[in-house]
Design a protein around this ligand. Structure first.
Ligand code: HAS
Ligand code: CU
Length: 541
């Protein structure tokens, strides 16, 4: 990519993302040490909750949002082959989001916003935290607008042609995020900011949790879609083959976006404020949304098989051996899929009402999302960074061998960290707690798993540091003459000449989402205005 302006914009976003990431990794290691209770000197609930809140916000909101924005700009400029629409606005969005992060960081780091990343009231933070988080979201809306404008402009200028798959996926994610963030925006604007500023005395936690549930499921697909984008548009080419099907990829993305939204109550199964029938409806939707992930897994594995066979792989599984395991993108997708098997299985367990009762609010849940988010999703963020860094900096990757080591250690560390958490959850260890030192037979049984999680955390921290070292070393190399790598998009095995409008546009799907949201959230939200509720006074800051 020799468009300097886009390079600079993307690199700035990606560096904010990865700076947040590395800081959060150090906090994560402190947290496993503190939680284990093995080092009494570390025991401090206030410090633990300040740390875990900052860790969650940095990983779930800052790393993801800035990565997605930076990656989106690269995709838009390179796949549509046109400069970013309104570069000034893009920098404005970046500045606003960054300012929001700094504003929120002050109360977070001083223990005045220890409300965790799900900030469930009645615990309440300093208003600066909510205002900062709002600015981060508004900054990301700017990105959504730019992506959707570029998508529509390209369509207008190229009537009847299929929008490049990479841009289709990115625009899908922008649309998803606008819908997703509306729930938490309502909660923050009408409930949390007024409460934290003392404008209202009480808050209804049931309504707040309902609004947060609107956001909480689709946000995880907002994080995931960039990884799926890389699965579809980079991996087949890097593996030396073709994408199994462009149309199936689009259909999977559409089902993912549409069904990600109306299903958030699987986070509220054990809550009293919603009735069983609504939970059942959201539960059914949750099983529907697992299908596009299965389809994505199928498409990616089929694409890998095409590549493996083109490389001479024979027999039922011989193609796996002939895959280029030393290509960072290919290795990352294999490791990501392996983690997805158990991470997804955990999700299905969570989604099954009766089993949710067994694991809800236990260490199982952080085990689930560290594996599927920290593992499957983030390992692809690494691979994307390794792929893009040479194009963004104009310098070759510092060391492929180090990058491969980093990916393997991240995978191994994540398995060592999250397997014990799943077991600890089944052994009854609660989540969202500082240390538990009951010293009875139950907690003694936890100890070997806690040792393992500390070790897993160290492996991950080492891997994270290695990641940053590789990026910095790459960027600090002297400029290489005549080094101009370009982004190579995968070709589908059957070229796509024309597409029905519903696979090339979101107008219809936007309407479908509006109807599904009205059905699944209309009455559950409106009920709060028709029943007598008493509210709860703020607790915390
Ligand atoms: Fe989840 C809680 C259900 C996916 C993230 N989830 C969370 C939380 C987070 C999160 C952050 O129903 C915690 C929120 C909090 O703090 O309270 N989740 C699901 C389901 C899926 C799912 C059904 N989650 C994700 C993804 C995330 C994520 C993706 C982040 C990126 N989750 C839940 C539920 C809860 C929950 C409940 C609430 C729990 C509670 O009680 O609090 C599905 O989308 C998963 C579908 C995936 C599969 C796996 C398919 C496997 C494939 C791999 C094939 C590979 C092979 C190997 C064969 C069904 C495709 C090939 C090998 C080669 C070498 C080629
Ligand atoms: Cu969910």
């Amino acid at each position: 990519m020799n468009d300097h302006a886009t390079r600079k914009l993307a690199l700035s976003h990606l560096w904010v993302a990865f700076a947040a990431f590395i800081l959060a990794c150090f906090m994560g290691e402190y947290q496993v040490l503190e939680r284990s209770g093995f080092i009494p000197a570390l025991d401090s609930a206030p410090v633990y909750f300040a740390s875990v809140s900052t860790h969650g916000v940095l990983m779930a909101f800052v790393l993801t949002t800035f990565f997605i924005m930076g990656f989106g700009y690269v995709i838009a400029a390179s796949s549509l082959k046109q400069p970013i629409w309104n570069m000034r606005l893009a920098w404005g969005g970046f500045g606003l989001a960054l300012f929001g992060v700094v504003l929120a960081a002050v109360p977070l780091l001083t223990g005045n916003a220890s409300v965790l990343y799900t900030f469930y009231p009645p615990i309440v933070a300093h208003a600066a935290f909510y205002i900062g988080a709002t600015l981060l979201v508004v900054g990301s809306w700017v990105w959504c607008v730019i992506m959707l404008v570029m998508f529509s402009q390209w369509k207008q200028n190229n009537p009847g042609l299929p929008v490049p798959l990479a841009m289709f996926a990115t625009a899908a994610n922008a649309l998803l995020w606008l819908w997703t963030s509306a729930g938490v925006a309502l909660e923050v604007l009408f409930q949390l900011i007024p409460l934290s500023l003392g404008w209202i005395d009480t808050i209804d936690p049931g309504l707040a949790r309902t609004l947060f549930a609107w956001t909480l499921h689709p946000i995880v697909y907002f994080w995931l879609i960039p990884a799926y984008t890389a699965f579809y548009v980079f991996v087949p080419k890097q593996a030396g083959g073709f994408l199994f099907s462009d149309e199936v990829a689009r259909a999977a993305l559409i089902v993912l976006v549409v069904f990600a939204l109306p299903i958030g109550f699987h986070h509220l199964y054990m809550d009293p404020e919603q009735a069983a029938g609504w939970k059942l409806l959201h539960g059914i939707g949750t099983f529907v949304v697992a299908i596009p992930t299965l389809v994505t897994g199928f498409t990616v594995i089929a694409s890998l098989e095409i590549a493996g066979r083109l490389r001479g792989g024979q027999g039922l599984f011989g193609w796996i051996i002939t895959l280029p395991w030393t290509n960072t993108m290919v290795l990352a997708v294999i490791l990501a899929l392996l983690m997805l098997i158990f991470g997804g299985f955990g999700g299905i367990v969570n989604a099954s009402y009766a089993m949710n009762a067994m694991v809800h609010n236990t260490a199982w849940v952080p085990g689930h999302f560290h594996l599927i988010f920290g593992g499957t999703t983030i390992i692809i963020y690494f691979a994307v960074a390794y792929y893009l860094w040479p194009m963004l900096t104009g310098k070759p990757l510092f060391s492929n061998a180090m990058a491969l080591t980093q990916l393997w250690t991240w995978f191994i560390g994540m398995v060592i960290l999250t397997t014990p958490w799943h077991i600890l959850g089944l052994l009854g260890q609660p989540r969202r707690i500082s240390s538990v030192v009951y010293n009875n037979l139950l907690t003694l049984a936890w100890e070997p798993y806690e040792l393992a999680m500390i070790f897993g955390g160290f492996v991950l921290l080492g891997s994270a540091c290695l990641f940053i070292v590789i990026l910095v070393k790459t960027q600090l190399q002297p400029s290489a003459d005549a080094f101009e790598p370009v982004i190579e998009y995968a070709e589908p095995i059957r070229p796509v000449m024309a597409l029905p409008e519903y696979l090339n546009d979101f107008k219809l799907w936007n309407k479908v989402i509006a109807v599904l949201m009205a059905i699944s959230f209309g009455v559950p939200i409106l009920q709060f205005f028709f029943i007598e509720t008493f509210g709860s006074s703020a607790w915390g800051y």
